[in-house]
Design a protein. Structure first.
Length: 429
């Protein structure tokens, strides 16, 4: 009876309005910062640095700048969405982000031009980020939250991370890197804005999500969350793993090109993107049924194996295997954060808490690619970097195993005693 009751509730969540909102969130993820800025960066690294004679690490510093700005802007954007509603913030953010990407085409031969332009990209991207889109999905779907977070973020980011670098590479090959930035900026506005304008809605069109059912806004404040050791355990876990995988994904093109395998870069990127999508959807469904998120540790461990395979791969089957394994862990990183936030801290300050953690995660994701290029500038290869990345993923695996049982149910109720979130010393070992 209990299983039948849950099945009926899950079926009742999926209707035209919720399905439309989910599709809009998927579209927003398709053209958000991860596909447009992070995944596509490798396509620009060699042509831009070659044209101006810069070191790779000096140009990669733009990702660090994007991440530093994200630490401040993502919690702020989340606070604005919590207060004024996701829809209006995301629509304005989408257009501003599109313009900022297109403006990169105007950068001249000074590094400072790119640094300033990417700061603007970082500011605008926060207001149409996955942080805000996942809130809409989380509120529409309680019993199928993990599945739909996996579908919207997994398919959206996965397809975006597969398509946008390929688009950039094709335009660069035919027209140059400046036109590639224009193409990416155009894609953000033309694909994202119309669909989100017509379909991105919150339940009952409530600007603050303070709708009839108070359970949907149960939880603790962002300040209270930051005082919990569990908050920092989640932050460090996702940041270390996300930083490690970001460094690899942004460097697939130069990693393979330096070994004479540049022609296989699109294939590997595609494998990573699509296995990441499948991983997010699969893990999301598992998280819906589990009382602990520890299964994600297995997927992260698989990505560490993928790094080892990539370091030595020279054949197409080996490269495909490496891409699939890396993508599996990458998808687990994306799926885990958005799902565990409401289960550990509730919905009261969902976007701000999510943004606070993701901002630091993005700082790691922006710093590690630059550090990878510093190692390249010193040693002339990425071998030492890949060893460090595999080690970071092993640490991430161990940390996930320390995650405790959830505090909140899928609908926002307290699932156990109302005591504060467990201190780190009390977490299972």
């Amino acid at each position: 009876m209990l299983i039948e009751g849950r099945a009926k509730m899950a079926q009742g969540e999926l209707n035209f309005k919720s399905g439309s909102a989910a599709f809009a969130a998927l579209t927003g993820n398709f053209v958000c910062s991860a596909p447009i800025v992070t995944a596509s960066f490798g396509a620009f690294l060699i042509p831009v640095t070659t044209e101006y004679g810069w070191s790779r690490s000096s140009f990669s510093f733009v990702l660090t700048l994007v991440s530093l700005i994200g630490v401040v802007m993502l919690p702020f954007a989340g606070r604005m969405a919590d207060r004024f509603g996701v829809r209006r913030v995301v629509l304005l953010g989408n257009l501003a982000f599109a313009v900022s990407i297109a403006l990169l085409a105007l950068c001249g031969g000074r590094l400072t031009d790119f640094y300033i332009a990417y700061v603007l990209v970082a500011v605008t991207s926060a207001f149409s980020s996955t942080v805000l889109l996942s809130r809409v999905v989380s509120v529409w779907f309680a019993n199928m939250r993990g599945l739909f977070l996996g579908l919207t973020a997994g398919i959206g980011n996965g397809m975006g991370c597969a398509f946008m670098p390929i688009l950039a590479l094709m335009v660069i090959e035919r027209l140059g890197w400046r036109d590639a930035y224009l193409a990416l900026g155009g894609a953000v506005a033309v694909i994202g804005f119309p669909i989100m304008y017509f379909a991105l809605r919150e339940p009952n069109a409530s600007p603050t999500l303070a709708i009839a059912d108070p359970k949907l806004v149960a939880g603790i404040s962002a300040r209270e969350a930051r005082q919990s050791p569990l908050f920092w355990l989640i932050l460090v876990t996702i940041a270390v793993g996300g930083g490690a995988l970001s460094a690899v994904f942004t460097h697939v093109v130069p990693l393979l090109a330096d070994r004479g395998l540049g022609g296989s870069a699109m294939l590997v990127i595609t494998c990573i993107a699509f296995s990441s999508t499948l991983s997010q959807v699969t893990l999301g469904r598992i998280l819906d049924k589990a009382s602990l998120p520890r299964f994600a540790a297995v997927l992260i461990l698989m990505s560490a194996v993928g790094i080892a395979v990539l370091a030595r791969a020279v054949t197409t089957p080996a490269l495909v295997t490496a891409g699939i394994l890396i993508g599996i862990g990458n998808g687990a990183e994306y799926a885990l954060l958005s799902y565990v936030i409401p289960r550990y801290f509730g919905f009261r300050s969902y976007s701000e808490i999510y943004g606070s953690i993701l901002g630091v995660v993005l700082l790691f994701m922006g710093t590690t690619p630059m550090l990878m290029d510093v190692v390249f500038d010193v040693y002339g290869n990425y071998g030492l970097s890949l060893v460090g990345i595999a080690g970071a993923l092993l640490v991430t695996t161990i940390l996930i195993l320390r995650f405790p049982s959830y505090r909140y149910t899928r609908t926002g109720n307290i699932s156990g005693p109302t005591a504060p979130v467990a201190p780190l010393a009390a977490l299972p070992t």
